[in-house]
Design a protein around this ligand. Structure first.
Ligand code: PEP
Ligand code: MN
Length: 339
């Protein structure tokens, strides 16, 4: 920590600060400048009491932490990229760009099977589909629940695609983990820490969406809940944040790709569907994300978006998804990846 003292303070006031720093378990190093004094407090900020309380001292101008608050998701803790290997041999975070695709919600056997077979044929490696849906209104379709999970298991069996689905409640952790290959923590629950812990403890890989108003640092710390609960398989997923702009449903922050890549060793996934809310923009956003080095994409695809029970406006058609998959390879290659 760096503690800057106010100018022209008395020796006694300086001493008070020094003794408080020692009391909290740090070693103070005083640097006396022309105008003011700066103290470097040496100690492990993650295990010691925080020195931020020093700001309550009248003679202290500022206290700046040096260490990052997240240690396990941090690249310093794990310089190599982490990879996540799924049952079908797909590796996320490696040389291959992984595309996860499927409907926003599981609606029926026919809808899911048609979609799963088609996206698998087009080259998707993971099937997405919500069985428990976090809907803004309680009057909207809430998902098929366990029936939806069973349909996902059926689709996995038919296509060989591992499944990603949302875990909405701690109460469902075991149930959802029984069916899912990856647990999705939705944007609305990104800082539901008990849910994150429950998800981590199932042992399944966890895909953590960025919250609607979440700062990168908060997102990294939320991810820390997964890693610190003995689950190394964490994926960060950018899905747009809320800004003043309302042309798109959210503002997809593609800058998080290089940011997460430099801050963390965990894979970064881009969800352009929730990100923009308009199917017409999804392909361009995917191309951009891939070119920028995203490890995976999470894309909503529906056999008949016009009749979707949720998020119809943002879902690609089966043909639209197939076309996109044909257009992606040069972008993947440009980023040093294969599709
Ligand atoms: C979804 O993937 O359908 C979804 C609800 O995601 P988010 O939590 O990002 O809104
Ligand atoms: Mn959706």
């Amino acid at each position: 920590m760096i503690i800057v003292l106010k100018p022209n303070i008395t020796k006694k006031a300086e001493k008070e600060v020094l003794s408080e720093i020692r009391k909290l378990g740090y070693q103070p190093h005083v640097m006396r400048g022309v105008a003011r004094t700066v103290i470097g407090a040496i100690g492990d900020e993650l295990t010691h009491h925080t020195l931020e309380t020093l700001t309550t001292f009248e003679q202290v101008e500022s206290v700046t932490p040096i260490q990052k608050r997240h240690k396990l998701v941090n690249r310093e803790a794990h310089p190599q990229n982490s990879t996540i290997t799924l049952d079908n041999g797909t590796v996320i975070g490696g040389a291959e760009l992984v595309v996860m695709a499927g409907p926003c919600s599981v609606e029926s056997e026919k809808q899911l099977m048609t979609c799963a077979e088609s996206v698998a044929k087009s080259g998707a490696k993971v099937l997405r589909g919500g069985a428990f849906k976090p809907r803004t209104s309680p009057y909207e379709f809430q998902g098929l629940g366990e029936k939806g999970l069973k349909l996902l298991a059926k689709a996995r069996k038919a296509t060989g695609l591992p499944v990603i689905t949302e875990l909405l409640s701690e109460n469902h952790a075991t149930l959802v983990a029984d069916y899912a290959d990856i647990l999705q923590i939705g944007a609305r629950n990104a800082q539901n820490f008990q849910l994150l812990i429950a998800a981590a403890r199932t042992g399944r890989p966890v895909l953590l969406k960025r919250g609607l108003a979440m700062r990168v640092n908060e997102w990294l710390l939320a991810g820390e809940y997964v890693l610190s609960n003995d689950n190394p398989n964490l994926l960060f997923c950018e899905r747009g944040i809320r800004t003043f702009e309302d042309y798109t449903r959210n503002t997809l922050d593609l800058s998080t790709i290089p940011i997460i890549k430099s801050e963390s060793h965990c894979p970064i996934v881009i969800d352009p569907s929730q990100g923009c809310g308009r199917s017409g923009l999804v392909v361009s956003l995917c191309k951009g994300a891939v070119a920028m080095g995203a490890d995976a994409l999470l894309v909503e695809v529906h056999p008949n978006p016009a009749e979707a029970w949720s998020d119809g406006a943002q879902q690609l058609t089966l043909e639209g998804f197939d076309q996109m998959m044909r257009e992606l390879p040069p972008f993947a290659e440009a980023a040093g990846r294969r599709l």
